[in-house]
Design a protein around this ligand. Sequence first.
Ligand code: SIN
Length: 295
Amino acid sequence: MDPVRSNNGPRYKHLADESAPYDTITVDKLTPIVGAEVGGIDLSRPLGNRTFDELHRARAENLVIFFRDQHLTEDQHLAFGRLFGELHIHPAAPHAPGKPELMIIHADKDSPRANGEGWHTDVSCDQEPPMGSILYIRQSPPMGGDTLFASMYAAYEALSDRMKTYLEGLTAIHDGEHYRGQYANYGIADKPSYPRAEHPVVRTHPVTGKKALYVNKGFTRRVLGISRDESDGILRYLFEHMANPLFQCRFRWRANSIAFWDNRCVQHHAMWDYWPHTRSGHRVTVKGERPFYRV
Ligand code: SIN
């Protein structure tokens, strides 16, 4: 069989839920599967209850939502994040002076590396990995620096029933040791150890009840309860599978754009194709719960 095409239609047949209209915001989908731009909202102003509920809904339906032309101070960015829960402090990355919850996202011509290159979900090495991340890019390069997002609901749904059965109940180790030395250019000394956690390979989203693939190339090192070579083979397959463009959208940043993604059901990958230009902003990350699997 041709590995890419078949005569049975697309690999993943997405049926969007019948969506009720929104009253207080506009929601324009980037693809039927993942990502939507939200308009008609100024995040620097207090949000009414109805708008807040609609933002929740837009994120649940689209997994990642984007905002354009927002002008927030650092404190307003933090306050927006706190509307969705307690804020997470990154175990390794640099932060704005005196604001540990405001992670610096920055790359320029002298940077040894850029954040988020490669598919991952944020800090999945934590016992309770972040629920969501709110990235505010203040300075964007003239072109490039896009972020790709992939639906892990779609990646899970597109697996065969046999593979779904195989993965059910498996857990995997997510390890943060790769943070070691990564922020030395900011003068950050390494910690004696970084977080490490065991999570289900498939997790149930606590709000939507949907199942999502929950292994990622950035952090997942080993599936437990099977041999090392089988774990390597399974992870290699799942990492390749989840990177199918069918499950993705690609967001083109402009200065003062914001992306708010749900780490429980999307992975993302930041492109560093804009060297020697500068891309700069902050990320506020909202704490999450321990991942679980429910049949
Ligand atoms: C990250 O992984 O949070 C960085 C994403 C980006 O810079 O687009």
